[in-house]
Design a binder for this molecule. Structure first.
Ligand code: RB5
Length: 141
């Protein structure tokens, strides 16, 4: 499966760790930046790049900023994107199963490395349940 990933300067370091983990797990990762942790940059730009890729290739995406909040606000402005900001494995599982989230948002200043990786694994492994949840997701559109 393909996955697009992006971060601002605050999320850069955690993004690198997540990319390494996903590659170990044999996912095809498209890293859309930032590639420069030393220059302050704007999270909506990276949210837009990842959302475009997710919509185009019908894949999943991951966005990392300091809190995860800016990325989730930005991502959810894009029609067809359902971005879930997760701080637990339970949320990551449920946002796939019930919300059919196609983007996971993480806060690098909120969630530690090991928990973030566990959240990513859970998000990637879970599947949308459909059924009554499909009608609810349809209403979001
Ligand atoms: C950058 O300092 C920070 O504002 C950004 O990463 C993010 O947390 C915004 O929501």
């Amino acid at each position: 499966m393909n996955i697009a990933i992006g971060a601002d300067h605050a999320g850069f370091e955690l993004k690198q760790v997540i990319v390494a983990e996903l590659e170990l797990l044999k996912y095809q990762v498209k890293d859309l930046g930032t590639h420069n942790p030393d220059t302050s940059c704007d999270y909506p730009d990276f949210a837009a790049a990842v959302c475009r890729e997710v919509l185009q290739s019908r894949s999943l995406g991951i966005l990392v900023c300091g809190t995860g909040i800016g990325m989730s606000i930005a991502a959810n402005k894009h029609k067809g994107i359902r971005a879930g900001l997760c701080t637990s494995e339970f949320q990551a599982r449920m946002t796939r199963k019930h919300n059919n989230a196609n983007v996971l948002c993480l806060g690098a200043r909120v969630t530690g490395r090991d928990l973030a990786l566990a959240i990513v694994r859970e998000f990637m492994a879970a599947e949308f349940e459909g059924g009554r949840h499909a009608a609810r997701v349809q209403k979001l559109e």
